[in-house]
Design a protein around this ligand. Structure first.
Ligand code: BG6
Length: 469
């Protein structure tokens, strides 16, 4: 069994349009749901489906990738990136989501971006919807809770597949689709108007509608681009039982299945029995139309893309409100934590890769992993981000072990190779980048890019194909 990375391993980085592009109304772009999210750690508590002039909205300028992309791609090329994951902002292409004709200026931007990547041999890896449902669709239909979005999404997919088929070989449908249960507003735009919390029924229906849309996207992708691969994408940071009490073990297993049910449906093509029982227990009755289950069964994803940042602990006496560990876990005394309280667990990363590959026996793709920290600029202007380098080294070593364990892993894209806006808090202070972007939480700064120490470190990892850590 190999103990090194495959020679065509896709090293790279990942971002999302709404967290980096800015230019939120430029070239006829429409608003998307992220554009009405104010900054702040409690940003989800203040959702109103329109712009309030009193608020600061981090996505509006973000780090202005829309105008800096050439410079950023060049820097990523200097690090030796083989791929770059970003999303297409749906509302750049269809400003309300309901137009029949796409916005040519939006399409042209991504043409130019993909060309800039390809010029350096960087493969674009594209998320079709990364927390970027057009706001209009959220307001009019309550987002994915309505099946009206299925044909609109299909039209969007067909448009971008036809346009970029010679440029993009790796696609993913919905970013962290399982967050429909944890962050329903971001992932699927549920109850945007009244911020109601009794959204479980809508959230599961939204998930079903997205499963149908995912299957339709797979079908279209394979028809239009036989050489392309299309994955699904989940948030799969992991969770451990807090004790060896059998109840804790089983409830943790069940808790994990609140996430894995999403990949079970899209990778295996069928609602697993436990998911039907779970929904029944919650009083959820899905509206499933004729032919939809057959579609889901026939058009499964080619690979599983996932994010992994951390683990947390779970016990049977903890309320099981959401899905994976992250937000509701108990501290693990064996692990150190990041500045934002996320437990750092490289063995959990190896464990997760094995768990997923064992379960699906189809390629997996680590499309997000990284460390958000506060960076300190030294008097000479340098940034020595040792914690980030340590995190990177340990996680790449764990990945190498997972490959040696037999996992088929397509690539690894570090989250936020240049600093971007945090999805969870809207902060700039929570930085993931190898490249520093001069901008603060209040929106001040020159947007100037500068390399951190981790820039050369990741460059070395890539140039040695993960051999030199
Ligand atoms: C993932 C999302 O959940 O985590 C990204 O797909 C997000 O959009 C990333 O940025 C890190 O989370 P945060 O809150 O630190 O930005």
């Amino acid at each position: 069994m190999t103990t090194t990375f495959p020679k065509d391993f896709l090293w790279g980085g990942a971002v999302a349009a709404n967290q980096c592009e800015g230019a939120y109304l430029e070239d006829d772009k429409g608003l998307n749901i992220s554009d009405v999210l104010p900054g702040g750690s409690d940003r989800f508590a203040h959702i109103v489906a329109e712009i309030d002039e009193e608020n600061y909205y981090p996505s509006h300028e973000a780090v202005d990738f829309y105008h800096h992309y050439k410079e950023d791609v060049k820097l990523m090329a200097e690090m030796g990136f083989k791929c770059f994951r970003t999303s297409i902002s749906w509302a750049r292409i269809f400003p309300t989501g309901e137009e029949t004709e796409p916005n040519e200026k939006g399409l042209r931007f991504y043409d130019e971006l993909f060309d800039a990547c390809l010029k350096y041999g960087i493969e674009p890896v594209i998320t079709i919807s990364h927390y970027e449902t057009p706001l209009y669709l959220a307001q009019k239909y309550n987002g994915w809770a309505s099946r009206k979005l299925i044909p609109l999404f299909e039209h969007y997919c067909e448009t971008i597949f036809k346009r970029y088929k010679s440029k993009v070989k790796y696609w993913m449908t919905f970013n962290e689709i399982n967050n429909t249960l944890r962050l329903p507003y971001l992932a699927a735009a549920i109850d945007i108007k009244n911020n109601d919390t009794s959204w479980f029924g809508d959230a599961f229906q939204a998930s079903h509608n997205m499963f149908v849309a995912n299957a339709k996207a797979v079908k279209l992708c394979h028809e239009l681009m036989p050489n392309a691969r299309i994955g699904c994408m989940l948030s799969l940071s992991n969770v451990y039982p807090n004790t060896c009490k059998p109840e804790d073990i089983f409830e943790t297993y069940n808790f994990r299945r609140r996430s894995l049910f999403y990949s079970d449906v899209m990778m295996r093509g069928k609602y697993p029995g436990y998911s039907l029982r779970m929904m029944e227990g919650m009083g959820v009755k899905l509206d499933i139309r004729t032919g939809e289950l057959e579609l889901i069964a026939k058009y499964t994803n080619d690979y599983l893309g996932f994010s992994y940042y951390r683990t947390s602990n779970f016990a049977s006496n903890v309320e099981m409100k959401y899905n994976t560990g992250g937000s509701v876990g108990i501290d693990n005394p064996y692990l150190e934590k990041s500045d934002w309280g996320w437990a750092i667990d490289p063995i959990g990363f190896r464990y997760t890769c094995n768990e997923l590959y064992d379960r699906y026996q189809k390629p997996i793709f680590v499309v997000e992993n990284g460390l958000g920290t506060v960076d300190t600029i030294a008097a000479d202007g340098s940034i020595y981000d040792l914690d980030r380098m340590k995190y990177l080294a340990k996680h790449v070593a764990a990945l190498r072990e997972a490959i040696a364990d037999g996992c088929d892993i397509l690539g690894y894209t570090w989250w936020g190779p240049f600093d971007i806006v945090s999805a969870g808090t809207g902060e700039m202070k929570k930085r993931y980048g190898f490249i520093y972007v001069d901008k603060d939480n209040d929106g001040n700064g020159t947007l100037k890019r500068r390399k951190k120490a981790s820039f050369d470190y990741y460059k070395k990892i890539i140039s040695t194909n993960g051999a030199d850590l």
